[in-house]
Ligand binder design. Structure first.
Ligand code: GRF
Length: 205
């Protein structure tokens, strides 16, 4: 079986990128990370990608483009040029344009630090804490036009503790993210899935 060719899009620390690359290197996740794109020149994720030997590591500066559509068109060109089948968003902080989403529909994967559909958006961890939920977690899902709204591939739950701060809760969620994201990509590559309505149905189940 040929490994799926993957691009990872990042904006920040890149800890999810790191665990995905480690899982690939251990032979546990049969994908080929060909390209990493960052919209931030100082993202730690860029050096993680370079140190791991990802063949194409690119900073695309949003300042060089008139708007979201033009920026996304440049990213789409890179993804096509390197033959990327899946686009894995790992802490990528830009909203995708609808033309980008429709061009790569069903091939965009995201991880979000809450149990969707609760707490969409950039402040998911703070919002969950403020709301007072007793459990939270993370969700791996397909990207579509709705913010954090595509079909759910996998979720994992963590407790919210009385003394939690944003950072302590996010750290607990990230432990689960680092397990769930590579495992879900591996499952996607190994099993595949169908979409029935909004539901992801794994082929082996
Ligand atoms: C993660 O918590 C992820 O759920 C969210 O952004 C964060 C990225 O973390 N989308 P990192 O850059 O992978 O460390």
């Amino acid at each position: 079986m040929n490994a799926k060719t993957v691009a990872v899009m990042v904006s920040g620390r890149g800890t999810n990128l790191k665990v995905i690359l480690e899982s690939v290197a251990r032979g546990e996740c049969p994908v080929d990370v060909k390209l990493v794109i960052s919209d931030k020149g100082d993202a730690e994720a860029l050096s993680i990608a370079r140190n791991a030997g990802v063949p194409h590591v690119v900073y695309v500066d949003p300042e060089n483009f008139a708007g979201r559509e033009q920026f996304d068109a440049e990213c789409a060109e890179l993804l096509d040029r390197h033959g990327c089948q899946w686009i894995v968003l790992a802490g990528y902080m830009r909203i995708l344009s609808s033309s980008f989403v429709s061009r790569f529909r069903g091939r965009i994967i995201n991880i979000h630090p809450s149990l969707l559909p609760s707490f969409v958006g950039a402040k998911a961890v703070e919002d969950a804490l403020e709301y007072g939920v007793k459990v939270s977690g993370c969700t791996v899902h397909l990207g579509d036009e709705v913010l954090d709204g595509g079909p759910i591939l996998a979720q994992s739950v963590v407790p919210v503790l009385d003394g939690d701060t944003r950072d302590s809760l996010h750290a607990r969620i990230q432990v689960e993210e680092h397990r769930l994201y590579p495992a879900t990509l591996a499952r996607m590559a190994n099993e595949g899935f169908d979409i029935v309505g909004r539901r992801v149905v794994w082929k082996s189940t």
